[in-house]
Design a protein around this ligand. Structure first.
Ligand code: ADP
Ligand code: MG
Length: 293
């Protein structure tokens, strides 16, 4: 199947509280297809509807108009809800709210246990999932013995153990320190390389830069969409939405302004490093002085 997720013209409103005047819907006539194996980043200002959209993708919320299909299954079909939720796993922002057991490996087993998976198969899946996020050696620990990044990796293992083909991450690094953030992004990139479909909601543009495609939400609508290179080329539009460029692009622009010749397609820090490396390598072979790093 081409698209694992198809969102067709959905509108969603939260119930109004009594004192509130009728509000605008949170999601308005929004459509989005996600291909099998694709890595999509969703960015946008606070309150633009990113988390609401994520919850519509695995049937935690149902749109009032339009429809969402996951692997061909309509999320409004109540009989399919567990099948849908096991296909599309979610990892949320707060690592402390996601672990339910007092031992890491029990936590990872929780999802497949609820799906009624056979115990020997659960054991196999739990070990495999913990190894995939590099937490196998910590399998007997309690959540209180783990860092934030480690807890998020356990939460990811929990989704892996359900064998979800698509994983949605809703700002999974927002509460982590830089090293915890890097751990999680490495795991996400690994999972994508292994063929998982990834939807990453983030306000870190460096993280979004690693995706195949970036979708920008504004006021519950799709404001922009394209490869990271295409989206980051529209700096003015991003600034209007108070979104910034990734550091690597900012730095590359400043270097170019100082006359250093760099390729146009720099998006990630890895791109910038490779470009600088080939520049200095070229100078070395040409016998020019290489400036200190
Ligand atoms: P984002 O994740 O982009 O910050 P959200 O999807 O969380 O945005 O929220 C979009 C809008 O919906 C906001 O105006 C927010 O106040 C509102 N909202 C979010 N969750 C609820 C809720 N449970 N009840 C009522 N309104 C909500
Ligand atoms: Mg949110």
């Amino acid at each position: 199947m081409e698209n694992i997720i198809e969102v067709k013209n959905i509108t969603f409103s939260y119930p109004e509280s009594e004192e509130d005047a009728p509000a605008e819907p949170t999601l308005k006539d929004l459509s989005l297809d996600i291909r099998n194996g694709e890595f999509v980043a969703i960015v946008g200002p606070n309150g633009s509807g990113k988390s609401t959209l994520a919850k519509c993708l695995n049937a935690l919320l149902l749109p009032e108009e339009g429809k969402v299909c996951v692997a061909g299954m309509d999320t409004s079909d109540e009989d399919l809800i567990w099948k849908i939720r096991s296909q599309v796993g979610m990892v949320f922002q707060n690592p402390d709210n996601q672990l339910v057991s007092s031992v890491v490996e029990d936590d990872v087993a929780f999802g497949p246990e609820n799906l009624g998976v056979d115990p020997a198969e659960i054991r196999r899946r739990v070990d495999e999932a913990l190894k995939a996020v590099n937490m196998y050696d910590n399998r007997r620990k309690g959540p209180h013995q783990l860092s934030g990044g480690q807890k998020q990796r356990v939460a990811i293992a929990g989704v892996l153990a359900m064998q979800s083909s698509c994983m949605i991450f809703d700002e999974p690094t927002a509460m982590l320190d830089p090293s915890g953030r890097a751990e999680i992004i490495d795991v996400i990139c690994d999972l994508h390389r292994q063929g998982k479909t990834i939807v990453l909601i983030t306000h870190f543009m460096e993280e979004a830069a690693k995706a195949d495609r970036i979708v920008v939400l504004k006021d519950g609508q799709l404001a922009m969409e394209g490869t990271p290179l295409e989206v980051f080329a529209r700096e003015d539009r991003l600034r209007e939405m108070k979104l910034v460029l990734p550091f690597a692009i900012e730095l590359a622009d400043q270097l170019k302004a100082r006359g250093i010749e760099l390729p146009k397609d720099i998006v990630t820090e890895e791109d910038l490093m490779a470009a600088l490396e080939s520049l200095t390598a070229g100078r070395k072979t040409a016998g020019e002085a290489v400036p200190c790093a």
